[in-house]
Ligand binder design. Structure first.
Ligand code: SF4
Length: 375
């Protein structure tokens, strides 16, 4: 059976490189010279590996088109963990002027029983869309669509379904055979999302993902190989730590900060967050703390402290016991998030008015507040 990669597995250093090698994924090293280290996500190794991104770089150098595709499964509000992904997409778009395809996979959340109805997934998708586009995307560079509202995706998924066997999906996803039939079929829909920019717009794609989602890339590349479609490339991103020190996941609301959390909730969550600090201030002043395991430092490093010197200074002062979690870092992070929230709320107003411009089909905004009663 193919390895099913959990969040924890990918953080174990010993397994890390062998997993990458097994699945033909390369660390970003020499490609960094071509990409440039002008964004902290690359400079700090938060985007740490790729498959075939060198081919996308070749296209860029030949001034040929390509696209980014990244799906969003609408089962909850966005967290700060999602910001890393959208920050990467925004950076690549700004630098290389490529199109961004954004399928909202309401169908995935429905068949995996993460939402009670397609209608509630639809409403969540529109809410998520408002938040994503408020991060600073331009409508003319985006193709957003709700998966189950897009007949072309259903058509492509059906045509791709003959190229995947039930056994290959069962083995790749670790299914036991008790799942509903929508579960294995969703791999065909996922392949349609990923390959649609290539089949319909002649744009080879890159998919930024976490390593644990690579199984869908491998299935989709199998389909592409059989149908002689340009294979999709991928970029691999490290996860943001959750507030308890594990991976941030929206299914565990206490361990993550949502973009829609109020300032008071954000403050409450950060005050309780796990750090690498000592039991007492006295002990921390004497022995120093550990930024490596600290969730506050993780947010600084991956999102909020853009200046490398400033980050290095926090790291040094933390280790030396010169700063204290609750007196220095936590108040600093609370302020940085409040600042972000102010700008985010401001941009949201403009996006709601223009939301339809981001979508490839008509949308019904009144649905956001409608009761999800049809299953
Ligand atoms: Fe984390 Fe700051 Fe505490 Fe160090 S001092 S462990 S960086 S919160």
């Amino acid at each position: 059976m193919t390895k099913n990669l959990g969040h924890m597995d990918i953080e174990k250093k010993t397994e890390y490189d062998s997993i990458l090698e097994e699945f033909g994924i390369s660390r970003i090293k020499k490609e960094l010279l071509r990409i440039g280290a002008d964004h902290l996500l690359f400079r700090r190794g938060i985007v740490f590996a790729h498959r075939d991104f060198d081919k996308i770089l070749n296209l860029i150098e030949q001034k040929k088109g390509w696209a980014i595709i990244s799906g969003r499964g609408p089962s909850n509000d966005l967290t700060y963990g999602h910001l890393i992904l959208f920050e990467l997409i925004k950076y690549l778009q700004g630098k290389y002027q490529c199109q961004f395809f954004l399928p909202f996979s309401d169908d995935e959340k429905y068949v995996f029983r993460k939402v009670d109805s397609l209608k509630s997934a639809y409403n969540l998708a529109l809410k998520n869309a408002i938040d994503i586009f408020s991060l600073g995307f331009q409508p003319d560079q985006v193709h957003a669509y709700i998966s189950s509202s897009t007949p072309r995706i259903a058509y492509l998924a059906l045509t791709f379904s003959v190229n995947l066997t039930y056994n290959s999906i069962k083995s790749a996803l670790g299914l036991i055979g008790e799942e509903n039939v929508g579960t294995p079929y969703y791999s065909c829909i996922q392949a349609a999302h990923i390959l649609h920019p290539t089949t319909d717009y002649d744009l080879p794609v890159v998919v930024p993902i976490g390593l644990d989602q690579d199984v869908f890339m491998r299935l989709t590349r199998d389909v592409a190989r059989k149908r002689k479609i340009t294979l999709p490339a991928s970029l691999y991103i490290k996860y943001l730590k959750g507030l308890d020190g594990g991976p941030m996941s929206s299914s565990n609301p206490e361990n993550c900060i949502f973009l829609r959390d109020s300032s008071q909730i954000v403050k409450k969550k950060i005050v309780r967050a796990f750090t690498g600090g000592r039991a007492t201030i006295k002990e921390q002043r004497e022995l120093g703390a550990n930024p490596k395991i600290c969730t506050i430092y993780d947010l600084f490093e991956k999102l909020f402290i853009k200046d490398d010197k400033e980050l290095a200074d926090i790291c040094r002062r933390c280790k030396n016991g010169e700063i204290i979690c609750g007196l220095d870092c936590k108040p600093k992070l609370i302020n940085l998030i409040h600042e972000f929230q102010k700008q985010f709320e401001q941009r949201k107003k403009g996006v709601i008015k223009n939301l339809h411009k981001y979508f490839d089909h008509e949308i019904n905004l009144s649905e956001i507040n409608a009761k999800s009663d049809s299953k």
